[in-house]
Design a protein. Structure first.
Length: 305
C-alpha cells in the first residue's frame, strides 16, 4: 500500500476511534497487525505518538469556550457555590490523579496486555455488554422522561442528579477516575466507555458524562502520550528507540498526513458525538463493540492453532 494512503487510513482510524467508546488502542493495534506494520520500527512508533497528538489537539480547540468559562469562574464556579476542591477543573485533575497513580504502578501489566489480541478482544466484548446494560438502566429511561416532565421531576423520582459538569461532586470524580483505570490496564476497554458508563452509574446524564469524559481525556492522553515518548527516547539499553525526526521529506509528509487527518477526523467526531448523545443512546456503540470483540477473539483463537 502507498505510504501516503496508509498514513491517511491510520489517521482516519485514530481520529474515528479515539473519542468514541470503541477503543482507539485496540483498533490501531489490529490495523497495524492486519497491514503488516513493524511495530518495533522506530519511525512507526513515533508516527503512532504523533497522530495521537493530532487527535488530542482537537479537544482544547473544540472546547475552548467551555475551558475559558471554567478558567474565568475558578474557584467559585458559575453558580458561586463551588470551591477550589470541587470546581470542574479541580475535579478533572483529581480524577486524572486517581487514574494516573495506579496506571503508573501497573506499567508492566499494561505493556504485556498491549501485546495480547485475546485481552483486547475480551475487553471489547465485555465492555460492550457493560455499556449496553448501563445505558439501558441509567440512560434512556431517565433522559427520555426528562424531555417530557423536566429534569427536576426526574431527579425527584430517583433519576439522574447531574446534568452539567458544574454540578458534579468530588465522589463522582473519584469514582470515574477509578473506572478509567480499567481502560489503562485492559487495552480495548476504552477510556470513553469506562468514564461514560462510570458517570452514568453515579447519576450523571449522558451529555454530562460525555463532556467530563472529554475533559478527563485531555490530561490523561497528554500524560500517556508523553510517557510513551519518554520511554521510547530513554529506554533501558541507552539511546533512543525512535528517530528524533523523519530521515527525509517523504517521512515528514507521511507524518504530516497522519497528524492532519487524525486532527480533522477527531474534531468532526467530537462535534458529532456531542450532538448524538443528546438525542440517542450508546447502544449502537455497545453492539459494535460486541461484534468486533467476538470477531477479534475468533481471529485470535484461529491464529493460535
Amino acid at each position: 500500500m502507498n505510504d501516503y494512503v496508509l498514513s491517511a487510513l491510520l489517521g482516519i482510524i485514530e481520529g474515528l476511534t479515539e473519542f468514541l467508546p470503541v477503543s482507539s488502542t485496540a483498533h490501531l493495534r489490529l490495523a497495524e497487525k492486519l497491514l503488516g506494520l513493524d511495530l518495533a520500527n522506530g519511525y512507526w512508533k513515533m508516527y503512532s505518538i504523533v497522530i495521537q497528538l493530532g487527535a488530542i489537539l482537537c479537544l482544547p480547540i473544540y472546547f475552548r469556550a467551555r475551558i475559558s468559562e471554567f478558567l474565568s469562574t475558578f474557584p467559585n464556579g458559575r453558580s458561586g457555590r463551588r470551591t477550589v476542591v470541587d470546581h470542574p477543573l479541580s475535579l478533572t485533575a483529581i480524577a486524572f490523579v486517581v487514574t494516573a497513580v495506579p496506571a503508573l504502578l501497573l506499567t508492566k501489566v499494561i505493556g504485556k496486555n498491549l501485546e495480547s489480541i485475546h485481552v483486547m478482544g475480551a475487553a471489547l466484548l465485555i465492555g460492550g455488554v457493560v455499556m449496553w446494560i448501563v445505558d439501558a438502566f441509567y440512560g434512556t429511561p431517565h433522559e427520555i422522561a426528562a424531555k417530557s416532565v423536566g429534569a427536576a421531576a426526574v431527579e425527584a423520582a430517583g433519576g439522574y442528579r447531574t446534568n452539567d459538569m458544574e454540578d458534579m461532586t468530588l465522589g463522582q470524580a473519584i469514582w470515574i477516575g477509578a473506572c478509567q483505570i480499567t481502560s489503562a490496564v485492559f487495552p480495548g476497554t476504552s477510556r470513553s466507555m469506562s468514564t461514560i458508563a462510570g458517570g452514568q452509574v453515579v447519576g450523571m446524564s449522558r451529555s454530562a458524562a460525555l463532556e467530563f469524559s472529554f475533559f478527563l481525556s485531555m490530561p490523561t492522553m497528554i500524560a500517556a502520550t508523553g510517557y510513551d515518548l519518554f520511554k521510547s527516547l530513554h529506554h533501558k539499553g541507552g539511546g533512543s528507540e525512535i528517530g528524533v525526526a523523519p530521515a527525509d521529506v517523504h517521512g515528514w509528509v507521511v507524518l504530516a498526513i497522519g497528524f492532519v487527518v487524525s486532527f480533522v477526523v477527531a474534531y468532526a467526531v467530537v462535534a458529532w458525538f456531542m450532538y448524538w448523545v443528546r438525542k440517542h443512546g450508546f447502544a449502537p456503540f455497545a453492539v459494535y463493540r460486541i461484534i468486533v470483540g467476538i470477531a477479534v477473539l475468533a481471529w485470535a483463537m484461529s491464529a493460535a492453532r
